[in-house]
Design a protein around this ligand. Structure first.
Ligand SMILES: NC(=O)c1ccc[n+]([C@@H]2O[C@H](COP(=O)([O-])OP(=O)(O)OC[C@H]3O[C@@H](n4cnc5c(N)ncnc54)[C@H](OP(=O)(O)O)[C@@H]3O)[C@@H](O)[C@H]2O)c1
Length: 419
């Protein structure tokens, strides 16, 4: 019996909320809050009579710590699920600390305003020291470790699929399959087709920032950075077929490099179709991916925010997306002194997701892991004071929950490796 405050009511949050409502014995009360309360009300109404979970809604601007504190004090949750945007991670963590509540999210912090000089100075130093230039990194949230430890609270970071389940797969491989892991390749394949020439499967602003950034991977104790989309491979994915995939920087590489220190190389690949890449390059070339405001007709406009307003809402892609996703990790390493390789992954069907929760598989594969992470925290299976990423917890009950609630894992020994 727990009370959970969910901040955000977009594509991912809607799935997580619907899944929480399937487990009412744990999620007995939910409060759904975002800046636009009407969206939360619409979802609450859609769930009326279909769940034993009691649902209320609220309006909150999570950029404002005091507003989040007031909401927490009013609702008194056991856990805050931050499924808004990465821009709100720190303000919501501050509010959780002030009120003595556990915290979780699905993506690590990045600032909305990358031109802020104070942030930029820290960022530029980090680029030089660490060797990768993505706007997002864990340092901001890892800085809260001591505060959460002292408060006896748990903060669970990045609990979607990737980051999230991919790290649970790493913890599982380390626990059951290997004595030492030498390489990890994380493969994220979306074989779905929504019929639009160009659309993003989750928040366009966050998605396009991530994909247009330089790629990087971890090798022999340091980052290697490469121009965006400059490493391409082809892979034959189970249930999807052959797809081109490109090496990207991705946040879980940073925590995995720390938590599985023997690993020599960690890479992340994502599949993209040619139409997506051509559109993205063109938009980038004309300046539409810029986060710096421009003056237009006496008004300041942020190009990427304007683009977001033009693109299809990811939540609207559900009914029109067909095909499957295949996301997982390929490992090489040693067990009992012998070389071995191992692949663990999930296959998810867009239309099956839509039939179950009225959403496509990208939101589904993020929302279900978020619900399962909350379940681990609320049932005491993952509780320890501090700030943690998924690979730092016991993967077994989490994989059991994922199997049960819609994202069963598949395994292969001796898979085809990525060169
Ligand atoms: N780990 C993974 O595998 C993975 C994969 C995909 C996405 N994600 C993450 O999942 C999160 C949600 O993505 P999404 O696609 O669901 O995004 P989305 O559809 O744009 O939804 C974002 C939600 O956050 C709310 N929001 C934004 N700013 C807010 C603020 N200041 N205060 C309160 N609410 C605010 C928005 O509502 P209002 O505008 O009405 O406030 C909206 O309901 C993102 O952080 C994304 O990076 C993780």
């Amino acid at each position: 019996m727990s009370k959970v405050l969910v901040i955000g009511c977009g594509g991912v949050a809607a799935v997580a909320i619907r899944k929480c409502c399937q487990v009412s014995e744990v999620f007995s009360e939910l409060c759904i809050a975002s800046r636009t309360q009407s969206k939360c009300d619409t979802l609450a109404r859609a769930l009326e009579g279909k769940t034993a979970t009691k649902i209320t809604t609220a309006r909150v601007d999570a950029d404002n710590v005091q507003e989040v504190i007031d909401l927490i004090n009013n609702f008194k949750p056991d856990l805050v699920m931050n499924i808004a945007l990465p821009y709100q991670d720190l303000t919501i963590m501050d509010a959780c600390l002030a009120c003595g509540v556990n915290y979780m999210d699905t993506a690590n912090y990045e600032p909305e305003d990358t031109d802020d000089p104070e942030w930029r100075a820290i960022y530029e130093k980090r680029c030089k020291d660490a060797g990768f230039s993505a706007y997002f990194d864990y340092s901001w949230q890892w800085a809260y470790r001591e505060k959460f430890e002292k408060a006896g609270l748990t903060a669970l970071l990045g609990c979607g699929f990737d980051p999230g389940v991919t790290q649970a797969y790493c913890a599982y491989a380390k626990k059951h399959e290997f004595d030492t892991i030498e390489t990890i390749d994380i493969l994220d394949c979306n074989g779905g087709d929504h019929g639009y020439p160009f659309a993003t499967n989750f928040n366009p602003e966050v998605n396009l920032r991530e994909v247009s950034a330089p790629g990087s991977y971890w090798e022999n104790g340091h980052w290697v950075e490469i121009p965006a989309m400059s490493i391409k491979r082809e892979y034959n994915f189970d249930c999807v077929g052959n797809k081109d995939m490109y090496l990207l920087h991705h946040e879980e590489i940073e925590s995995l490099a720390q938590n599985i220190p023997e690993v020599k190389r960690i890479r992340f690949f994502m599949t993209f179709g040619q139409s997506y890449l051509t559109h993205m390059k063109c938009l980038e070339n004309v300046g539409m991916l810029s986060t710096t405001p421009i003056q237009f007709d006496g008004q300041a406009i942020v190009p990427i925010k304007f683009l977001k307003a033009l693109l299809p809402d990811p939540a609207s892609l559900g009914p029109r997306t067909h095909g499957k996703t295949n996301i997982g990790c390929i490992f090489t390493g040693k067990k009992d002194g012998k070389d071995k390789s191992y692949y663990i992954y999930n296959v998810c069907d867009h239309q099956e997701c839509y039939r179950e929760v009225e959403s496509q598989a990208i939101s589904y594969t993020t929302g279900v892991p978020a619900m399962c992470g909350a379940l681990m925290l609320l049932t005491g299976q993952w509780s320890k004071p501090g700030v943690y990423t998924v690979e730092e917890f016991n993967p077994d009950p989490y994989l059991d929950a994922l199997d049960k609630y819609g994202l069963p894992h598949r395994e292969k020994q001796n898979p085809v490796l990525v060169d």
